[in-house]
Design a protein around this ligand. Structure first.
Ligand SMILES: Nc1ncnc2c1ncn2[C@@H]1O[C@H](COP(=O)(O)OP(=O)(O)OP(=O)(O)O)[C@@H](O)[C@H]1O
Ligand SMILES: [Mg+2]
Length: 617
C-alpha cells in the first residue's frame, strides 16, 4: 500500500546554525533525490542531528536555503517528510501494536480501509523484525518494555506507516547488532529504490556492507562539510589528497579516523593541518549551485590545483513543474485524517496511557484510607446547627483533597506526554484542537470515577442529607474536579518545569484554603474580598448551601458556635438556614456559585487551548 512517490529532490545550501557564540553548522550544502540513500557521517558532535533537525524543520537556521524541487520547503511540504529522532519518544504505557495502530489510524488517510492499514502494520512489523515484541509495552525507565533496538525500529516503523516521500533518520543502526543493522539498512535501501523515496540518514560507524549501500555521502566535522558526493568515490577522493585507505579496511572507519583532526590515524598520512585544509577544499565552490548540479562529476580546482572536489548529484528525469503541480494538489489536504478520526484515536490513546497513572492502586488505597478516616470521624453526624463547623471541615477537606490529587495527576500526565505531542505535531499528525478535546474527555471518566466513589461513600456514611442532596453534592464535587483539571492543564502547559508547575498549583490551592476562610473565622476585614478570588470558595459555598439549606430554624441560645453575628447578645433570636449560611460566609444563592464555576471552567478550557497553541505543543 506504500505509494510510489513522484521524483523529488531535496537541496540544502549554505546552512548556518548557531546558538549564542557557538556555530553548530557552517555553510553546509548537499542534496538528495528520490531513490537515494544519503548518509551523513562524522564524529560525535559534528552536527549530524542538528542538520537533520534543520531539514525536518524542528530547529531554525540562521542562513541558507532548503528547497524541495526548486521551491523553498514550507510547512505544508514538510508534511511529506518523516523524521525519526535519535531518541525514542513514545507513550510508555502503550504496547508496540497500540502505538503502530494509533499511527496508522491517524496518519494514513481515512479513505484507506482499516483492514489495509492493519495489513500495512503487519508488513512493516515483519520487515523490521518486531513480531515477537508486538504486544510488549513500550516501557520507560520505571517499567521495562521494548529494548533500545526494538524502540529504534518501532520509531522507524511509525514513520514508514505515514509513508513519507523523504525520510530523515537519525542513527537508525545505533544500538542494533550488526545483523539487525544490516537487514534494517537493506529494508531502508529497498524502500528508497522500490518506492522512489529519499532517505537521509545519519550513521555512526557503519559496517563496510552498509557503507556500500549509500548512494551519497555527506561528511561533517565540527559543523563543517568535509565531503559531499557519491559514496563510492569518497575513498578515491581522499586518495587523491594523499590520504590512502588500506585495502580490507572498513571505509567508514577510515573516514571517521581521517575526520578526527585531533587524533590522526595511522591509516592516513594525517596531518591535522592538512585535514583542516581538506575540509576547506571540500566546501562547494561558488559556482556550485545545489539546484543545477548535473549528472557529471564536478571538479572544483583548489588554488594549488591538486584537489578534486567531488560534488556529484544525479539529477533524476523529472520535471519540476510537473511535480510541484501534483504536490500542491496533495498538500491542500492539510491533515491526513478528519477531526473526528483524530479525536477518536487520541481519546483511545490517551485513555490507554492515562488509566495506569490515574487508576494506580496506591491512589485507590490512599482515597479509601481517607474516606475511611472521614467516615469514622463524621459518622452519621448530627444534622444540627452545633455541627455546622464539623460539616464545614468535612466539605473543605474533601474539596481540598481532590483539588491536590487532580492537580498533580493532570500536571504529571501532561508533562509525561509533552514530548510525544510535540513530535506528533511537528510531523503534522493531528490538529491541536483534536488533541486538546481528546485529552480533556479521555481523562474525565478516569479522573472523576474515584472522586465519585469517595464522595458517595463520605456523603452516605457521614449522613449529609437525602437523595436530592446526594446528586447535588456529587455534581458540585465533579465541577470542582473539572475546574482544577482545567487549571492544571494550563499550569502544565505553560510551566515546563514540572516541579514549578506543581508548586504553583499547591500555592493556588493552599493559598485558597487560607484566604477562603476555611481555617479562620476572623480574617482581617480588609482581606475579606479575597475569598472571591479563591477557586474553592465557589464549590465550597455551593456544597454548604446544599447541605444546610433545609436546616431547621434554631434559637441563638441553642448554638454553640460563635460565628453567628446575627445573634449578638440576643439569645432569644432565631437563626434561619439563610442566617446560618451567612454566618459561615455563604452570601449568594447557590445558582450564582454554580454559574461562576461553569463560567470559570469555560474560560480555563479556552485558556488551556491557547496556552497549548502558544507553547506549540
Ligand atoms: N542548544 C545547544 N546549545 C549549545 N550547543 C549545542 C546545542 N545543541 C547542540 N549543541 C552542540 O552542537 C554540536 C552538534 O550536536 P549534534 O547533536 O548535531 O551532534 P551529532 O553529530 O548528532 O553527535 P552524535 O553523533 O553524538 O549524535 C554538539 O557539540 C552539541 O553539544
Ligand atoms: Mg546525533
Amino acid at each position: 500500500m506504500e505509494t510510489i512517490s513522484r521524483s523529488s529532490r531535496l537541496d540544502f545550501k549554505d546552512i548556518v546554525v548557531s546558538t549564542g557564540s557557538k556555530v553548530l553548522l557552517k555553510n553546509v550544502s548537499g542534496s538528495a533525490s528520490s531513490g537515494d540513500l544519503l548518509a551523513i557521517m562524522g564524529p560525535t558532535g559534528a552536527g549530524k542531528t542538528t542538520l537533520l533537525s534543520v531539514l525536518a524543520g524542528r530547529i531554525s537556521y540562521d542562513s541558507g536555503t532548503i528547497n524541495l524541487n526548486g521551491s523553498p520547503l514550507d510547512k505544508a511540504q514538510r508534511r511529506r517528510l518523516g523524521y525519526v529522532l535519535q531518541d525514542d519518544i513514545f507513550l510508555s504505557n502503550l504496547t508496540l501494536w497500540e502505538t503502530l495502530y494509533f499511527t496508522a489510524m491517524t496518519r494514513i488517510p481515512d479513505k484507506v480501509p482499516k483492514q489495509e492499514k492493519i495489513e500495512k502494520i503487519h508488513r512493516i512489523v515483519d520487515s523490521l523484525g518486531l513480531k515477537k515484541c508486538l504486544h510488549t509495552a513500550i516501557g520507560d525507565i520505571f517499567n521495562r518494555g521494548l529494548s533500545g533496538g526494538e524502540k529504534k525500529r518501532a520509531n522507524i516503523g511509525c514513520e514508514l506507516l505515514a509513508d513519507p516521500d523523504i525520510l530523515l533518520i537519525d542513527e537508525p543502526t545505533s544500538g542494533l547488532d550488526s545483523n539487525t543493522a544490516h537487514s534494517l539498512m537493506i529494508q531502508l535501501k529497498n524502500y528508497a529504490t522500490e518506492y522512489n523515496k529519499t532517505i537521509v540518514a545519519t550513521i555512526h560507524q557503519p559496517s563496510s556492507q552498509i557503507f556500500h549501500m549509500f548512494s551519497t555521502l555527506l561528511l561533517l566535522v565540527d559543523g563543517e562539510m568535509a565531503y559531499f558526493g557519491r559514496a563510492s568515490m569518497v575513498i578515491d577522493h581522499f586518495a587523491r589528497l594523499g590520504i590512502v585507505c588500506s585495502q580490507h579496511y572498513n571505509p567508514a572507519d577510515f573516514l571517521l579516523e581521517v575526520l578526527k583532526t585531533d587524533a590522526p590515524s595511522n591509516q592516513t598520512d594525517g596531518d591535522p593541518r592538512k585535514i583542516q585544509s581538506l575540509q576547506e577544499k571540500c566546501m562547494p565552490n561558488d559556482q556550485m549551485n545545489a539546484f543545477t548540479i548535473s549528472e557529471s562529476k564536478r571538479e572544483g580546482q583548489t588554488e594549488t590545483g591538486d584537489v578534486e572536489l567531488v560534488l556529484v548529484r544525479p539529477l533524476h528525469d523529472h520535471s519540476l513543474k510537473d511535480w510541484s503541480c501534483t504536490f500542491e494538489g496533495e498538500t491542500n489536504r492539510r491533515w491526513p485524517t478528519s477531526f473526528w478520526t483524530q479525536f477518536k484515536m487520541l481519546n483511545w490513546r490517551s485513555y490507554k496511557q492515562s488509566k495506569g497513572r490515574i487508576f494506580h492502586k496506591f491512589d485507590l488505597i490512599q482515597s479509601a484510607c481517607i474516606a475511611s478516616f472521614a467516615s469514622v470521624l463524621y459518622f452519621q453526624i448530627d444534622n444540627s446547627v452545633k455541627t455546622v463547623r464539623d460539616r464545614m471541615g468535612l466539605v473543605s477537606m474533601s474539596l481540598i483533597y481532590w483539588s491536590f490529587q487532580i492537580c498533580i495527576t493532570t500536571i504529571l500526565g501532561f508533562t509525561g506526554e509533552r514530548a510525544v505531542v510535540s513530535k506528533d505535531r511537528a510531523a503534522g499528525a493531528y490538529r491541536l484542537s483534536a488533541y486538546y478535546f481528546a485529552k480533556i474527555t479521555s481523562e474525565m471518566p478516569l479522573l472523576l470515577s474515584i472522586p465519585f466513589l469517595f464522595n458517595s461513600a463520605v456523603y452516605w456514611l457521614a449522613g449529609l442529607g437525602g437523595v436530592g442532596g446526594y446528586f447535588a453534592y456529587l455534581g458540585i464535587g465533579t465541577l470542582n474536579c473539572l475546574l482544577i483539571q482545567s487549571l492544571a492543564h494550563i499550569l502544565g502547559v505553560l510551566i515546563r518545569d514540572v516541579k514549578l508547575s506543581m508548586m504553583t498549583g499547591n500555592v493556588i490551592i493552599l493559598g485558597g484554603l487560607m484566604l477562603g476562610g476555611f481555617l479562620n473565622i476572623n480574617p482581617p476585614k480588609w482581606l475579606q474580598w479575597a475569598k472571591y478570588f479563591v477557586l474553592i470558595h465557589y464549590p465550597y459555598s455551593a456544597t454548604m448551601t446544599c447541605i444546610l439549606k433545609d436546616a431547621a430554624d434554631v434559637w441563638c441560645n441553642q448554638t454553640s458556635v460563635d460565628v453567628f453575628s446575627q445573634c449578638g447578645m440576643n439569645t432569644s433570636a432565631i437563626l434561619t438556614s439563610r442566617d446560618i449560611l451567612l454566618g459561615i460566609g455563604v452570601e449568594l444563592p447557590i445558582y450564582c456559585y454554580i454559574m461562576t464555576i461553569v463560567f470559570l471552567l469555560l474560560i480555563f478550557y479556552v485558556l488551556g487551548y491557547y496556552s497549548l497553541k502558544l507553547k506549540r505543543a
